[in-house]
Every structure is written in structure tokens, then in C-alpha cells.
Design a protein around this ligand. Structure first.
Ligand code: Q46
Ligand code: ZN
Length: 308
């Protein structure tokens, strides 16, 4: 197969777009799509301070690289979840990318803040690990953005993540979550940072090809708690449909965006008395966890690379 742009041997065939490209043209094709999506949906405006949430996986690290490569200067934010070697490896990949980009990354360690890793904490709180992890991640990323004065939080969710979450929400008619998956969620001054997802329309496979061809070194192991998650099943199902009918996933999420309007999420207008995070109760759930398990120190965001 030949590259549609230059006629050289093609390295990547994107069935959903019915296009084959060589490595070089694929990299610029994908970066251009991120750039166009960012502009079309007003995700990050000129001069805004952007903070990318980086897990150490291919999507978030590639996104961080792409943004800086298309002229959007962005720093990183990483949470060390205290999941043994998996968390240490993730941090080292993130730090490596920070050095490559010459950008800083803010890092918070659950063990330092709460005296234990995510699994132990979930056990003591009698909560599911991933549900607690999601709560803490959303809280901490918001808190660092507000405290460090970033205008927009950038998330690395790709097309497959969004399509599978959407399918799950429709299958069970979880109306309270259904319209909260928009590509851009506005913030509330002083309380909630704006959140955007520039990879919303780019598939997992395309991101894997991008990371490989760009030589991005990422954690390949899955988080040990991801196994058995329903979203993995939905991804598999959607991949089977996509195989038979290329372009289904992108049409599915584009249709959703068309229905969802500018910002589908209804925001709470009450805030935690202690930290200002949206909360129906006087103290938000994380402030209550911090009070019970916190080490007595405020949540610390350390800056890496340490020599930077
Ligand atoms: S990191 Fe956290 Fe995921 Fe691991 S504990 Fe679950 S939610 S699986 S994206
Ligand atoms: Zn609070």
C-alpha cells in the first residue's frame, strides 16, 4: 500500500478514514487533527495555561507531546497511586517525558498525603478501588489546577474510551452521567477548572501507532485493578462492530457531540466549606477522607524533574 500523500510505502492504514500514510505523513496528519479539534471546539485558547493529566500511558504522554509540538505550551500533572512497581514505573515514564519536553510536571503521592496507597485506602473505606481512584483523581487534578493557576485541564481520553463509556451509559440508561462526557466541560471560577479532551475523535489504535512512531516510551502494563472492568468488554464489542463496519465509533461519538450541545454537564452550585470544590454536603467527600486519613500535611504537589 502507498502513502496517499507522498506515494512512499505506507506504514499505517486508518480504515475509519479510508487512508494509508507513511510514518511521517501519519504523524503530521494526527497532529493536525488534534489541532483542528482543539480549534473547532474551542478547547484551549491562545495564551491559556494548560495542564495535561499524565498517567504514564501512551495516550496522555503522546497528548502532552503533541500539544507542545503544535504550539500549545503545557505542563503535566501526575498522581502516584502507591500501586507498587506499577506506580514507580509510571512516574519514571512521566518524568522522562517532562525532560524530553523541558516542561515541569506536578506530582502528588497518595502515600505521602494519605499515609497509604489506593488499594489499602479503598479497603479501609469499604469502597471499590477504581471508584475511589476516580474520585481522588478528579479532586486532585482540579485542586492542582486551581492552586497553581492553570486555565484548563487536559485529559487524554481517546475515541475508544469515550465510545465505551457512552455505550455503558446508554445500556444502563445512566442519565445522570450520560451528558457529562462532553469534549469540553466549562469550569466555575475559583472552584472548578475547565476540562477538555483533545483526543476525543482519535482512536486507541491511532494513538498506539503515534506513540510507537514518535518513539514515546510509556508504561505498557495495565493497572492491576483494570482487569475485568466493564469498559474493556465494551471496547471489545465496539471493536468487533468497527471491524465489520469501519467508522462506526467515530459516528457514534460525533452523534453524541451533536446532541450534547456546548456543555451538557449540570454543575453543582454549592461548594465545600473547606476547599471550595463543588459538593452537596458542607465538606466534600475528599476533605472528609483527608480529615480521617490525612497525614496532617496539606496536599503537596511536588515539581519534577527535580533538577529542572
Ligand atoms: S488507575 Fe485507578 Fe484506573 Fe487503576 S485503580 Fe482503577 S481507576 S484501573 S484508569
Ligand atoms: Zn473539600
Amino acid at each position: 500500500m502507498r502513502c496517499k500523500r507522498c506515494g512512499r510505502d505506507a506504514n499505517v492504514h486508518i480504515r475509519a478514514h479510508n487512508i494509508a500514510l507513511c510514518a511521517e505523513d501519519f504523524l503530521s496528519f494526527l497532529e493536525r487533527r488534534v489541532s483542528e479539534t482543539t480549534r473547532k471546539y474551542g478547547l484551549i485558547s491562545k495564551g491559556q495555561r494548560a495542564l495535561v493529566c499524565v498517567s504514564g500511558g501512551k495516550d496522555s504522554l503522546s497528548l502532552w507531546y503533541i500539544l507542545n509540538n503544535i504550539g500549545i505550551e503545557a505542563d503535566g500533572f501526575h498522581i502516584h497511586l502507591g500501586i507498587g512497581a506499577y506506580s514507580d514505573k509510571s512516574l519514571s515514564k512521566v518524568e522522562q517525558m517532562a525532560e524530553r519536553l523541558a516542561r515541569k510536571v506536578h506530582v502528588t503521592f497518595l502515600q505521602k498525603t494519605l499515609g497509604q496507597g489506593i488499594a489499602e485506602l479503598a479497603k479501609r473505606l469499604k469502597r471499590q478501588t477504581c471508584s475511589l481512584c476516580g474520585t481522588l483523581k478528579r479532586y486532585l487534578m482540579n485542586r492542582v489546577a486551581i492552586e497553581k493557576d492553570y486555565d484548563v485541564l487536559v485529559l487524554g481520553h481517546n475515541l475508544d474510551d469515550e465510545a465505551s463509556a457512552l455505550l455503558g451509559n446508554i445500556l444502563y440508561w445512566r442519565k445522570e452521567y450520560l451528558w457529562r462526557k462532553h469534549i469540553s466541560l466549562e469550569g466555575i471560577e475559583g472552584h472548578l477548572a475547565k476540562k477538555v479532551k483533545p483526543l476525543f475523535l482519535i482512536s486507541e489504535r491511532e494513538m498506539a501507532s503515534y506513540a510507537f512512531l514518535r518513539g514515546i516510551d510509556y508504561v505498557t502494563d495495565e493497572c492491576p485493578y483494570a482487569a475485568g472492568a466493564k469498559t474493556l468488554l465494551y471496547k471489545e464489542l465496539l471493536n468487533r462492530v468497527e471491524e465489520e463496519s469501519p467508522g462506526t465509533k467515530i459516528r457514534f461519538v460525533m452523534g453524541y457531540l451533536a446532541q450534547a450541545g456546548r456543555d451538557g454537564e449540570k454543575r453543582e452550585r454549592q461548594f465545600c466549606k473547606l476547599c471550595g470544590y463543588p459538593s452537596y454536603a458542607e465538606r466534600c467527600v475528599v476533605c472528609r477522607i483527608l480529615e480521617r486519613f490525612g497525614t496532617g500535611r496539606p496536599v503537596a504537589f511536588e515539581v519534577y524533574p527535580r533538577t529542572g
